[in-house]
Design a protein around this ligand. Structure first.
Ligand SMILES: [Zn+2]
Ligand SMILES: [Zn+2]
Ligand SMILES: [Zn+2]
Length: 427
């Protein structure tokens, strides 16, 4: 792995990574493929993602054997076959049932370990080293995991009839725990979740709510990039969670999912907590509950109905745009409008999110770049060329740092900018 960082012992945190030289803003520190990965079928509403390259496509071909895995084309299918071969037999054996994402992922780890037990070459950390926090589990969690382990056993029966055929020393429950605190959600250009994968060396990165690095993906490839200047010897950090939450919620999620307490400056000073809950806690909670109802409506494809209710909630709540639940509602309304091709209304909702986004997503943040790009696209579509130009340029300023100029999304953005420039000149 690249020589810009090394593993070290981070006081109070255990393992970590630190810079071995001074790093500038916007450097690509490493680019790495996952040890294993899978699409996230259960969590994904529109599960039209290729099982090999994780790219979205309207037309995917099913594997003729298991009828579960789906690919862009025969090339993707061919590339995936080595990793899919044994899984395919298992999928077929339990059909029409399907495994959960985590069951499928643990099975993939098992097959991979059986095939190449020594997978540590070139890595700073191996799959065996990953922490599981297994001992911190409470009874409920253990019961839940026991259930998953039983499902996995059923799923694997065709290929692994008994535990003697597992990799030496393999502890199923421990691996489910490892997934909880070590897997990376793989997102596409639009920051939509498309998959989940393990990148063992990247698990050494510790968390901060105001990190000096970000992770973005291109297909299955993970890019670790700097968003601040990092002097030699300083620890590299990323954010494990969405920072658009008040500090006590962030603390809770860090504790529950990753078993640590965040002691970053933003948490210590409760930075922006008041803004996030502005307008009152009761009204916020009510909006939060309503958002669940809206999610249900959307999942049942009642888009118009959901939009009507969402607009009503936004107008009646009296919450400011910066209130995080109101902000979620605005985002939700924007997405619905885009799906319903109501561009003007989509733009109105999107514009209201920009200021709060810049308030919460500090520094260079990929989420902000993507949001600005969405707004710019809407403006372009509506023929508002000078406005689109300004917004897309703002998006570019962030994206060239968070994604880099070579990233596919930045390339798309540059194309939009070019188109916009032409239109401005023509008018
Ligand atoms: Zn593909
Ligand atoms: Zn198959
Ligand atoms: Zn924090």
């Amino acid at each position: 792995m690249a020589g810009s960082f090394e593993r070290f012992f981070s006081p109070g945190k255990g393992n970590g990574l630190r810079a071995t030289r001074d790093c500038a803003v916007s450097e690509l520190l490493t680019c790495t493929e996952p040890f294993v990965y899978t699409t996230c079928r259960r969590r994904n509403r529109a599960a039209s993602v290729c099982d090999n390259c994780l790219r979205r496509s309207a037309k995917l071909q099913r594997c003729s054997q298991c009828k579960f895995a789906r690919y862009c084309n025969s090339l993707c299918q061919k590339k995936a076959w080595k990793d899919h071969k044994r899984e395919c037999l298992c999928l077929k054996s339990i059909s029409p049932n399907v495994p959960t994402d985590s069951v499928r992922l643990v099975a993939k780890i098992i097959f991979k370990l059986l095939e190449q037990p020594d997978c540590t070459s070139g890595e700073l950390y191996s799959i065996n080293d990953l922490q599981s926090h297994f001992k911190d589990l409470n009874e409920d969690m253990e019961q839940g995991l026991g259930h998953l382990a039983a499902t996995l056993e059923q799923y694997l029966k065709r290929e692994i009839p008994d535990s003697s055929k597992l990799p030496p020393g393999f502890q199923t429950l421990e691996y489910f725990c490892k997934l909880t605190c070590n897997s990376f959600t793989i997102s596409d250009g639009e920051m939509q979740d498309v998959g989940v994968g393990l990148y063992p060396s990247m698990s050494l990165l510790n968390h901060s709510c105001d990190p000096n690095c970000v992770i973005v993906f291109e297909g299955t490839r993970l890019h670790l990039r700097t968003v601040k200047e990092i002097p030699q010897g300083q620890e590299l950090t990323i954010s494990y969670i969405d920072v658009k939450m008040p500090s006590h919620m962030r603390q809770l999620q860090c504790q529950r999912q990753y078993c640590f307490t965040c002691d970053c400056d933003r948490c210590a000073s409760k930075d922006k907590d008041e803004d996030m809950l502005a307008g009152g806690e009761e009204a916020s909670r009510e909006m939060e509950r309503s958002l669940t109802t809206l999610e249900e409506m959307r999942s049942q494809n009642n888009l118009m109905e959901a939009l009507t209710l969402c607009k009503k909630l936004i107008n009646c709540s009296q919450l400011p745009n910066k209130n995080i639940q109101q902000l979620k509602a605005l985002d939700f309304a924007m997405d619905l409008c885009i799906n319903l091709e109501m561009w003007e209304e989509a733009l109105q909702f999107a514009l209201r999110t920009l200021e709060p986004y810049s308030l919460y997503y500090l520094n260079y943040h990929p989420v902000r770049a993507v949001q600005l790009m969405k707004v710019g696209k809407l403006q372009l579509h509506l023929g508002m060329f000078p406005e689109a130009m300004t917004t897309l340029k703002q998006a570019f300023e962030i994206m060239k740092v968070t994604h880099g100029r070579d990233h596919g999304l930045t390339q798309d953005l540059m194309e939009l900018l070019g188109e916009c420039e032409m239109r401005v000149k023509a008018t």
